[in-house]
Design a binder for this molecule. Structure first.
Ligand code: FES
Length: 150
C-alpha cells in the first residue's frame, strides 16, 4: 500500500508508460498491465484502477475498420450523438467496443479539426463530413459488403 501511495504522486510516469504501450499495440492487454505493475512495484488492481479511470485507454484491439465519431462541441451540437447511436445499432456494439469478428471498432473522440463539416465521422483516417444516422448506416453497410467480398 505504501508503494501505491507513492504512485499517486507520480501517476504521470505510470500513465506515460501505459500510453507508450497503447501506442505500440493499439490497446492495453492484461499481460502488459501485469508486467507494468510488476516493474513499477504496484498491484494489478491499482494499475487497472488507473487505466480504467482515463477514457483514452483501450483494453481490446481495434477492429480492422476503426470508426471514430467526433463528439467535439460542433459535432455534438450537430447531432454527433445520434450518429454514434446509429453506429452502435448498425454494428451491434457500444462505443469503445470491437465486434467479435474484429472487423469494426467504435470510438468517440474529441474535435478532429474540421468543425465546418460537422458532424464528422473518421473511418480509418478518412473523414466523412456532414454525417447523419442514415448516411452513416449506408456507409457501414457498404463497408460490411466490401468485407464479405474480400
Ligand atoms: S467538433 Fe467535430 S470536427 Fe470539430
Amino acid at each position: 500500500m505504501k508503494m501505491e501511495q507513492k504512485w499517486d504522486d507520480d501517476e504521470p510516469t505510470l500513465i506515460q508508460a501505459l500510453i507508450d504501450i497503447q501506442k505500440g499495440l493499439g490497446f492495453l492487454p492484461p499481460e502488459k498491465l501485469r508486467e507494468v505493475a510488476t516493474s513499477f512495484g504496484i498491484s494489478e488492481a491499482y494499475i487497472w484502477g488507473v487505466a480504467t479511470f482515463y477514457n483514452i485507454f483501450r483494453f481490446k484491439p481495434r477492429g480492422k475498420t476503426h470508426i471514430k465519431v467526433c463528439m467535439g462541441t460542433a459535432c455534438h451540437l450537430s447531432g454527433g450523438g445520434l450518429v454514434a447511436e446509429a453506429a452502435e445499432r448498425e454494428l451491434n456494439i457500444k462505443v469503445g467496443e470491437t465486434t467479435d469478428d474484429q472487423d469494426f471498432s467504435l470510438e468517440r473522440v474529441a474535435c478532429v479539426g474540421c468543425c465546418m463539416l460537422a458532424p464528422v465521422v473518421v473511418i480509418n483516417d478518412r473523414v466523412y463530413p456532414r454525417m447523419s444516422p442514415l448516411k452513416l448506416e449506408e456507409v457501414l453497410i457498404e463497408f460490411k459488403r466490401d468485407k464479405k467480398e474480400d
